[in-house]
Write a protein that binds this ligand. Structure first.
Ligand SMILES: *Cc1c(COP(=O)(O)O)cnc(C)c1O
Ligand code: SF4
Length: 370
């Protein structure tokens, strides 16, 4: 079953592959859910009240990657169809902003937690709203681009007065949905600060709207190197021919691509799924960078796995797979405590230069390191 054949049977291929058509025809709001209900014969009545708290929109392209008619059991469907659990999240420690980004924000739209790098939230628009998003609090309606001329001046002022800031991350919302002239202005303003060495863009566009990676966009990005793109694949079925082509286009513009994955209960919390995802990423030359424990963001508790789940997956990966396929497993701690690496050490004891290690194949070896 393809959702495209059910919901959009008559759309010509060239329109389907046009990002403007995709954005215009996003399913959203209660009308979108009703359309899905009718077309697929699934009951989404418990989903509708959630939209009063958390907005909803997704691209036809992304939804079409789902293969199960019951979207609520599909790894794609679960990432984008609202769940009644979102408004019933009672997990302890959960909050709309567990990373306390607000209190690390000296200037609107800028978060400065780590000394040598800052994060800019470039817009409040995403092509598709991931239910596990850790910035659900910024999902404003109506969608609005956030940084104006004055705001941009304040951001660059803050950064240029702090020469120890060498990397600027631009995330959002999705920066690659900004009108190209806005994006060029933003990147240009950051590039003009000589102490900023590297720019990193965080975007899920290659996954949910790969046709937006146009030649024009790539030519624009190329002007602002050294620039890295960090994207967000969560499941092997997201690595389509289209997504691969988009990634390749970015890479051929001289921009390395890395990936962060969020560990999500019922979606990708099995070893085989993540193993296949990370290997497939390496095959398209995308470096798996982070695997995130799902943050304590209000409305995402139903996705959070026990810490042991991620750790045991990481242990198996280390035993079975090349290092280029293995991301770092990290948690961004509630209370604004920042990221911590979750790495079970293989050095069990070390005394008088004698170390006990647990090897990749789970043997204990005692070795004099002198
Ligand atoms: C995650 C994060 C970064 C980037 O950290 P890296 O470890 O370099 O990927 C920067 N600023 C903030 C506020 C972050 O949350
Ligand atoms: S693309 Fe990123 S910012 Fe947008 S909803 Fe998904 S996780 Fe959140």
């Amino acid at each position: 079953m393809r959702i495209k054949d059910i919901l959009w049977p008559d759309v010509p291929e060239n329109q389907w592959h046009d990002w403007r058509w995709q954005m215009k025809n996003r399913l959203k709001g209660p009308e979108g859910l009703e359309r899905l209900e009718k077309a697929l014969g699934v009951d989404l009545s418990a989903q509708k009240p959630v939209l009063k708290t958390y907005k909803w929109a997704t691209t036809p392209y992304y939804l079409d990657l789902a293969r199960k008619r019951n979207l609520l059991e599909d790894p794609i469907g679960q990432q984008v169809i609202p769940s009644p659990f979102e408004t019933k999240d009672t997990s302890r420690n959960s909050s709309p902003d567990p990373l306390q980004e607000q209190s690390y924000s000296p200037v609107p739209g800028l978060i400065h937690r780590y000394r040598d790098r800052v994060l800019i939230l470039a817009s409040s628009v995403c092509a598709s709203y991931c239910r596990h998003c850790n910035r659900k609090r910024t999902w404003r309606s109506p969608e609005a681009l956030s940084i104006g001329e004055k705001g941009l001046g304040r951001l660059t002022d803050y950064i240029s007065k702090r020469p120890h800031i060498r990397e600027v991350l631009i995330s959002g919302g999705d920066p690659l949905l900004l009108p190209l002239n806005h994006l060029a202005r933003l990147l240009g303003a950051i590039r003009a600060i000589s102490t900023v060495k590297v720019i990193r863009i965080g975007s899920r566009v290659p996954v949910v709207l790969p046709m937006k990676i146009t030649d024009r966009l790539c030519r624009l990005l190329k002007r602002f190197r050294p620039l890295w793109l960090n994207t967000h694949f969560n499941h092997p079925s997201e690595i389509t021919r289209r997504a691969k082509a988009a990634i390749e286009k970015i890479q051929l513009s001289g921009i390395p691509v890395s990936n962060q994955t969020v560990l999500l209960k019922g979606i990708n919390d099995r070893y085989e799924t993540l193993h296949d995802l990370f290997c497939a990423l390496q095959e398209i030359m995308v470096r798996p960078y982070y695997l995130f424990q799902c943050d304590h963001v209000k409305g995402t508790g139903h996705f959070r796995t026990d810490l042991h789940v991620g750790i045991s997956i990481m242990e198996r990966l280390w035993g079975d797979t090349g290092g280029m396929c293995i991301p770092r497993f990290v948690a961004d701690l509630p209370g604004g405590n920042g990221k911590v690496r979750l790495i079970p050490s293989q050095l069990l004891e070390y005394e008088n230069k004698v170390a006990v290690f647990r090897t990749f194949d789970n043997r204990l070896v005692k070795i004099n390191m002198n």
